[in-house]
Design a protein around this ligand. Structure first.
Ligand SMILES: *[C@@H]1O[C@H](CO)[C@@H](O)[C@H](O)[C@H]1NC(C)=O
Ligand SMILES: *[C@@H]1O[C@H](CO)[C@@H](O)[C@H](O)[C@H]1NC(C)=O
Length: 402
């Protein structure tokens, strides 16, 4: 109650007294302490900005002790940028049953819409996060301009430890749907992501500088990578993903774009289905990448490709802009990569493309039981540069002749 009174000071007395009373009532009927944003002034009418009420409910929950749950009950909530930051004394869970709708005034955003940061053992369940990206997409210059201003990511997790995320939905993000940066211990499941195929930079789940991350049983249809694994990651497991439309599962994102990037080690992608995507499983590093970093120990197994344009692709000459000097080799060292039991159809004749750097050729890349047909042609083919891959089991397309 003392905490409630403190928030009343900050946030206006009328609704706050009401909040204190109802919150106190909830406390008596259950051991768990509930903080419903509606008791902190959220109108849930989809028209009035409820950001302040969310922040007030979070501040109260975060400073509270014991078994705390922040609840966003049914309703439509208009929200500008909000951030749920710790450290908290105890926050066990956030239950979102509401429909969260982002405001469309781009000037009010920095790099994210809903941010969770510096919290230990958070459990986030449910909620529909509608980024209302359609009006923002025409303002995104990143596909053409290296020094673009980034639009806000819808749901961003920063420096979180031991996080669980279940059953959330992200629609039409302005930029990335979900991003993890500097997280340790993260389990995501039942995540549903959707945006049109032509929406720019709407990556589904982007992960960087994180350790011990598991994403499972989730579906992504979007305009960019379904899952993108950036620099500085280790022990990442992705399974049970359905992806498409989209650009596929991009295992190293734009590794090599910046000088300070760190190694990526220990990635497993398995038991997933990609349909109609521009790539299947891809390792890409920028041509002319400045850092001598390592991308190693990655396994891609039990993956079905349906009409995917580049089902298996290592591309060390990646350069979306005319400006990069692609004659300079990427310095990223790729090694210990295995592709196992990858089957289905390729939308282009080259089903397996392994283009490694002439500066640092790929090492120990294994393909086992690959069966990728190209319908309408006699057979699919492979192309290789600066690599001697190791083949076993079925190989359709046939291996590159060395
Ligand atoms: C996260 O969970 C792991 C495994 O249960 C545990 O070893 C670790 O101490 C936890 N980290 C924090 C910061 O609670
Ligand atoms: C490779 O990655 C897997 C999965 O993250 C991990 O279990 C294994 O220990 C790693 N192997 C090496 C040699 O680092």
């Amino acid at each position: 109650m003392t905490l409630m009174v403190r928030y009343c000071f900050f946030l206006g007395i009328t609704w706050c007294l009401f909040a204190a009373v109802t919150e106190g009532g909830g406390q008596q009927s259950s051991a768990r302490r509930y903080f419903d944003v509606k008791n902190f002034g959220a109108r849930a009418n989809g028209k009035t900005d409820d950001s302040k009420a969310f922040m007030a409910a979070w501040a109260a929950a975060c400073h509270s002790t014991g078994n705390v749950r922040l609840v966003v009950s049914k309703g439509t909530y208009l929200l500008g940028p909000v951030s749920f930051r710790g450290p908290c004394r105890f926050v066990s869970s956030l239950t979102f049953q509401g429909y969260l709708k982002a405001t469309t005034n781009l000037g009010s955003y920095r790099d994210s819409w809903v941010e969770f940061g510096w919290v230990n053992r958070l459990i986030l369940t449910g909620g529909i996060f509608d980024g209302q990206g359609a009006s923002a997409w025409p303002h995104n210059t990143c596909p053409k301009n290296w020094n673009c201003k980034l639009l806000p990511t819808s749901i961003k997790f920063v420096s979180m430890t031991n996080t669980t995320v279940k059953g959330i939905t992200s629609l039409n993000s302005k930029f990335f749907h979900v991003a993890l940066v500097g997280c340790k211990g993260f389990r995501g499941s039942g995540i549903r992501i959707s945006a049109p195929a032509n929406s720019p930079n709407t990556d589904g789940i982007h992960i960087e500088q994180s350790q011990d991350v598991t994403i499972q049983q989730s579906s992504v249809s979007t305009g960019d990578d379904c899952i993108s694994i950036g620099q500085g990651n280790s022990r990442i497991t992705i399974s049970g993903i359905t992806c498409g439309p989209g650009h596929g599962i991009s295992s190293v994102g734009s590794l090599g774009k910046y000088a300070y990037e760190k190694d990526v080690r220990g990635l497993v992608v398995r038991n997933s289905i990609l349909s109609g995507t521009a790539n299947g499983v891809r390792i890409k590093t920028w041509a002319n990448s400045p850092g001598a970093i390592v991308a190693a120990n990655m396994t891609f197994e039990n993956i079905v490709m349906n009409n995917v344009a580049n089902p298996i692709i290592i591309d060390q000459l990646y350069c979306p802009y005319a400006s990069c000097a692609s004659s300079v080799p990427s310095l990223v060292r790729i090694s210990d990569i295995s592709f196992k039991n990858i089957r289905g159809t390729s939308a282009t004749p080259v089903a397996v493309m392994l283009r490694c750097s002439h500066g640092t050729p790929c090492k120990n890349v294994r393909l086992q039981d690959v069966h990728l047909d190209h319908p309408g042609r006699l057979r699919s083919s492979s192309t290789c540069m600066n690599i001697k891959a190791i083949y076993s089991g079925t190989q359709i397309p046939p291996p590159c002749s060395v």
